[in-house]
Design a protein around this ligand. Structure first.
Ligand code: PSU
Ligand code: MN
Length: 295
């Protein structure tokens, strides 16, 4: 297993020179959008990282290796057939030689292995509605408890039980910072979420908080940035989540099912907002990484 991890030359050079690097996931490429939209979202996120002065490191598993810094051609292999990987799934996927798309938790685990501490995503996974039947809590939370990193997001995915997720983030010692907002953005919707643990005004402030948090032995920090275009889809989400339960859709399949049903029922509106917020969060993660490198 000598070559378990393969870094692109660009990412390896940036890390060696302590330049800002931002990890990006592949689950939203493979499972967050109808193919091939996810590829465009992934590439646009990379462009946003570069525009902010960072080096993107899109992560996924191919041919038995964890690849950190996928090429555009490699990204095309992340089709809906790819496995969805939480942090527990990386080793198995690599050994079995399958194509594996990393979730936030999986991405953080791989990023930590090479020393990347910043990532952007859409919304963090969390406590699913209806807990404890089933007791479905995203492995993203466990990864956040264990791994020192800043995750720029639009909060917690609103198809989840957001207040319960906020409680658990507190239990796990994860600061939830509102980027220029007092309440946690609700993924598609800017307002209506629970209060954040602190509000921050700019990327430099997040970088200073991260530095202090990590010196104190803390791990992940969640940064919530409101989507530029806010969409109220609370009604359809409730309907679709109930429908998923009735149809026996459980576990890892719930999030992709709900996202795609929403995309369909909103006539593509949620897809557009989801795409734009993912790209904006990638850019914010890069701004934070740039500020951190300059501390
Ligand atoms: N944000 C999006 N779309 C997504 C996800 C996040 O806008 O598809 C993915 C992330 O990969 C996240 C995962 O880690 O959903 C959480 O899935 P689950 O709730 O099954 O753990
Ligand atoms: Mn789950």
């Amino acid at each position: 297993m000598e070559h378990l991890i393969r870094m692109s030359e660009e990412v390896a050079a940036a890390l060696a020179e302590e330049r800002p690097v931002v990890a990006l996931e592949t689950t939203l490429v493979a499972h967050g959008f109808p193919a091939p939209t996810g590829i465009e979202v992934g590439l646009a996120s990379e462009a946003a990282v570069r525009a902010a002065g960072g080096v993107p490191a899109t992560i996924g598993i191919l041919d038995g290796r964890i690849v950190v810094g996928l090429t555009a051609g490699e990204l095309e292999r992340f089709t809906p057939d790819a496995r969805k990987l939480g942090s527990r799934d990386l080793a198995v996927c690599a050994v079995q030689g399958a194509v594996g798309a990393t979730t936030v938790g999986g991405t953080l685990a791989a990023a930590a292995a090479v020393g990347i501490r910043f990532m952007g995503t859409g919304g963090l996974g969390g406590v699913h509605r209806g807990f404890p039947t089933p007791p479905d809590v995203s492995a993203d939370l466990g990864a956040c408890a264990r791994i020192a990193a800043v995750v720029a997001s639009s909060g917690v995915k609103s198809l989840l039980d957001v207040p319960a997720t906020m409680e658990l983030l507190e239990t796990l010692g994860v600061p939830v910072l509102g980027y220029r907002v007092d309440t946690l953005p609700l993924f598609y919707a800017a307002a209506g979420g629970p209060p954040v643990s602190a509000r921050v005004e700019d990327a430099g402030e997040v970088a200073r908080v991260a530095d202090a948090h990590w010196r104190l032995g803390g791990n992940a920090i969640l940064v919530g940035r409101a989507p530029d275009e806010s969409l109220d889809v609370a009604g359809p989400i409730e309907e679709i989540v109930a429908e998923a339960a009735t149809r026996g859709i459980v576990g890892q399949a719930v999030t992709p099912y709900v996202l795609s049903a929403l995309h369909e029922r909103s006539g593509g509106e949620t897809r557009r907002v989801n795409r734009d917020l993912i790209v904006a969060n990638a850019g914010l993660a890069a701004e934070i990484a740039v500020a951190f490198a300059a501390l």
